[in-house]
Design a protein around this ligand. Structure first.
Ligand code: CUA
Length: 312
């Protein structure tokens, strides 16, 4: 993995426009420091120089050349800031026509990515180095924000509408995604990784992932899915509650539901919770479990059942 550390105040630059974003920032930043020093310096100088002895009505009342200077120079600088900023903003806002579209769904508290071939991944997105990707994003509940510091891009993810976000990665390896809009208890854990790979690595990964796993023993398959589908974001593998109930010893026991009835945690219960999770909710927990409909094969559901069963 190679990283790029040419930006001295910021995280590494890992997208095509990261350098441009940083350049605009540094221009405004250093210009502001220059004028701060100049203005504060002048104030201090005049306070000290004229602290006494100044006589009312002595000296020039105005100076046209001086007034033009301090009007025209800042005007030119502000226009330069605007033009440079706007040019960079348009670059960051508009995806190139040949970008691959990936659908992204933000939900409390996970990110789901759907590839053009229908493959879905949770909290992990694979991308190819030097190839543009356009994310078409929406939310199932509240406003989230998709933020990748190393790409220098951030976009709100809003229920009931689409927003877009694009990037062309320039560095191999994982890039961290954060949710940057406060969205409740699990906000700080609403994380994802963008795995930037070579075309060969990506093709191999896609081939391996699209193929159904028929050899891993069920409890082991379930344990893997517990990680890759990010179940751990909301469920502990001991008895302690997190966003949802802890899984240790839950299998074969009754839970009290919010509609006042009781349910036995068995194979059918787990399957229903995975596919239509919000039909019922365990009393005392928020109804935030995302549906895994279309994301898990029957064998994978069996794997998760056997894994939960194994947590005695
Ligand atoms: Cu989603 Cu904060």
């Amino acid at each position: 993995m190679s990283t790029n550390h040419d930006s001295f105040l910021f995280p590494p630059q890992a997208s095509t426009f990261a350098k441009d974003v940083d350049s605009v920032y540094y221009f405004i930043h250093y210009l502001s420091i220059f004028f701060w020093v100049l203005i504060v310096g002048a104030i201090v100088f005049f306070v000290w120089r004229y602290k006494r002895g100044h006589k009312e009505g002595v000296g020039p009342s105005h100076s046209l050349p001086l007034e033009l200077t301090w009007s025209i120079i800042p005007l030119v600088l502000v226009i330069a800031m605007f033009l440079w900023g706007f040019k960079t903003f348009m670059y960051v806002s508009r995806a190139p026509g040949d970008a691959t579209d990936i659908h992204v769904t933000g939900a409390k508290w996970s990110w789901t990515f759907e590839y053009p071939n229908g493959l879905k991944e949770m909290n992990e997105l694979h991308a190819v180095i030097d190839k543009p990707v356009r994310l078409v994003m929406t939310s199932t509940d509240v406003i989230h924000s998709f933020y990748v510091p190393t790409f220098r891009n951030k976009m709100d993810v809003v229920p009931g509408r689409y927003s877009t976000f694009w990037f062309q990665p320039t560095v191999l390896g994982p890039q961290q995604v954060f949710c940057a809009e406060y969205c409740g208890d699990g906000h700080s854990e609403m994380l994802a990784k963008i795995i930037v790979q070579t075309q060969e690595e990506y093709d191999a990964w896609m081939k391996e992932t699209a193929k159904e796993d028929t050899t891993t023993p069920l409890p082991e398959l379930g344990a893997k899915l517990f990680q890759s589908k990010a179940c751990f974001t909301c469920h502990n593998t001991d008895t302690s509650a997190k966003v949802g109930p802890g899984f240790q010893g839950i299998f074969g026991h009754e839970v009290e539901l919010d509609n006042g009835t009781k349910a036995m945690v068995d194979e059918n219960y787990i399957r229903t919770k995975l596919l239509t999770p919000r039909a019922t909710t365990v009393r005392g927990f928020p109804p935030v479990m995302p549906s895994f409909q279309g994301q898990l094969t029957d064998r994978e559901i069996d794997g998760l059942i056997e894994y939960i069963k194994s947590l005695k």
